[in-house]
Design a binder for this molecule. Structure first.
Ligand code: PLP
Length: 452
């Protein structure tokens, strides 16, 4: 097995450039070749098993190995493997999925525009909000405001709307017409303010930015209900109501990026349901198909959909694989299982409270500054000093160490800086949560020992 793995690693190192990695270092070390998965576990080519506490990339909501999804794909492949949605065509799975999504979304959202990914969903947002305002007779309402350390994908528009400095540095982003405000990250930036005071302060940065730019120039504000890649940053309870007040006052569209929060991650269908956010657009992807096939979209509020329908011309936007029938059939099956097995209710009432309670048993660990979570999302802050919330020097060195030591314990965690991120499949059981927390504790101990 080791020999076979080495052959695959060499092939990969010689010819494959990976996303979000130092490709030189990866080629020297060899990639972890993941060969199979079942439930919450994955196995590498050398036969090692890992509990995937990250659900792939926040996406395998149903867990791995559901045969129903494979069967749905095979059925649809045999019936209609492909047809496009351009030029007044449609296909049955795409139409059924659109209807199902409209039923699940908040009442004022009844349309979807399909894409293949979350990034493409946010590219669609970029074009749709500007087009919407032009149709409304406000062609100057163009600027989109995002947040520092937000993540909205990796395409030019997605990376521009996001506020990741490392992404902006490469390729001269953001593109013109995108601005960023501070994030509601109380733990790192809240200082001596209470969480509620800080939440208001962070939200009011939006009002200041709108006034600086002029409301007549601002098209939309985009934000994740809970920032995912930035560090599972859960805004204080004062944040979203204040944002809602501001966008309403200045007639600015609100885009809630549901790519991570959607489809049960918070214990509700959408992050908007959890925080009671009234969004105009909701980009979706990931959990829509539990990652079994690529599919995303933008959920569109009625007033925007009606404006597009009354435009009297085509919306010149779309993708060859928008509403791909096989991806749509798999997404439908995924949603059917989430609904019929009452998985989201189970998360809300049983497994998420248990996960959050068990994780708190690690809170006294000397390395841990804070453990926070909502639903099946949780973050562990690693600090040099618990009381002052002082970080270790070294730009994420401790987080990366902890992530690597967790792998040795058979646990996949992700690190953003020195924040450890947890986002397991929604189907994780109590016994598996116990294993997750035990291994996370071992990884923290090993990290502590390595730092001494
Ligand atoms: N939006 C959010 C909130 C995300 O977390 C991601 C991916 O992690 C994206 C958009 C981009 O999605 P994709 O990687 O499918 O393009």
């Amino acid at each position: 097995m080791v020999e076979q793995s080495t052959i695959w690693q060499a092939m990969d190192a010689a010819h494959h450039l990976h996303p979000f990695v130092d490709n030189g270092a990866l080629a020297r070390e060899g990639a972890r070749m993941v060969t199979r998965a079942e439930g919450v576990y994955i196995w590498d080519a050398e036969g090692r098993q890992y509990l995937d506490a990250f659900a792939g990339l926040w996406c395998v909501n149903l867990g791995y190995g559901r045969p129903e999804l494979a069967e749905a794909a095979a059925r649809q492949m045999n019936e209609l493997p492909y047809y496009n949605l351009f030029f007044k065509s449609s296909n049955v799975p795409a139409a059924r999925l659109a209807q199902t999504l409209a039923e699940l979304a908040p009442a004022h959202i009844n349309h979807v525009f399909f894409t293949n990914s979350g990034s493409e969903a946010n590219d669609t947002v970029f074009r749709m909000v500007r087009y919407f305002w032009a149709l409304k007779g406000h062609p100057d309402k163009k600027v989109i405001i995002g947040r520092q350390n937000g993540y909205h994908g990796s395409t030019v528009a997605g990376a521009s709307l996001g506020g990741m400095k490392s992404m902006h540095r490469q390729g001269g982003l953001p593109v013109p017409g995108v601005e960023h405000i501070r994030q509601p990250y109380w733990y790192d930036e809240g200082g001596d303010l209470s969480q509620d005071e800080f939440g208001l302060l962070a939200a009011r940065a939006l009002e200041e930015k709108i006034l600086e730019l002029g409301a007549d120039n601002v098209a939309a504000f985009i934000a994740e209900p809970i920032q995912g890649a930035g560090g599972i940053i859960i805004p204080p309870s004062t944040y979203w109501p204040e944002i809602q007040r501001i966008v309403q006052k200045y007639d600015v569209l609100l885009v809630a990026d549901e790519v991570i929060c959607g489809f049960g991650r918070t214990g509700e269908w959408f992050g908007c349901d959890y925080f009671n956010i009234h969004a105009d657009l909701m980009p979706i992807a990931k959990g829509l198909s539990s990652g079994y096939l690529p599919i995303g979209g933008v959920m569109v509020a009625d007033h925007i959909a009606e404006t597009l329908k009354q435009a009297g011309e085509e919306f010149s936007h779309g993708f060859t694989y928008s509403g791909h029938p096989v991806c749509a059939a798999v997404a439908l099956e995924n949603l059917r299982i989430l609904k019929e097995e009452r998985i989201i209710e189970q998360v809300r009432s049983q497994t998420a409270p248990y996960l959050q309670m068990q994780l708190q048993t690690l809170a006294d660990h000397p390395l841990v500054g804070q453990i926070r979570g909502v639903g099946m999302l949780a973050a562990i802050e690693l600090v040099a000093d618990k009381h002052s919330r002082r970080r270790y020097d070294g730009n994420g060195r401790v987080g990366a160490l902890c992530r690597d030591l967790a792998l040795k314990q058979g646990l996949i965690l992700r690190a953003t800086g020195d924040t450890m991120l947890i986002s397991p499949p929604l189907t994780i059981t109590r016994d598996e949560i116990n294993i997750l927390v035990e291994r996370a504790g071992q990884a923290l101990d090993a990290t502590q020992a390595a730092l001494e």
